[in-house]
Design a protein around this ligand. Sequence first.
Ligand code: SF4
Length: 183
Amino acid sequence: MDNLISKMVQETIELGAYGAGAVEIDKIVFDRGFRSLCESNACGNFDKCWTCPPDAGDIDDLINKAKSFDGAIVYQTVRSLEDSYDFEGMMEAGSLHNVLAEKISAAFASHNFAEVLHLGAGGCHVCEVCTKRQDEPCRYPERAMASLETYGVAVSQLAETAGLKYINGQNTVTYFGAYFYKK
Ligand code: SF4
């Protein structure tokens, strides 16, 4: 791992990630089958968020785009829930994950990569309610973030490759993010 990449992993932890690691692009597993999961609306965001399918774009185009990067800094946030039905707690955890993601984007902006792609968890969490639901344009296109699943990333395998646990105990929720960079 070169110096800059190890520094970025360290920076991510200092900004508040529970864990972080670096992964080279050819070690990331992509699976276009995740699109069927999105289409089954398992998370309730299908066709309800500008950065989710179908608006996010064709799965093969998104996988090819992600594969054009050199590697990614992978990070996770872990929050406690009252129980496994604590939907409010999960939403709050999603917002807190997004707060960290925005801090990471701001901190890494000075690294001057040729191109970056920052992917998060379960749809965009920038606004409380996405304007897609009213069929109005995205409020903050420069801040909007798609999920790893939208780009076909196999998140459990990504976690393992980055040396991170996918599940972190009973009544907790773990969210992942990845900052893809092109040198
Ligand atoms: S920034 Fe707001 S309007 Fe745009 S995709 Fe995200 S949640 Fe939706």
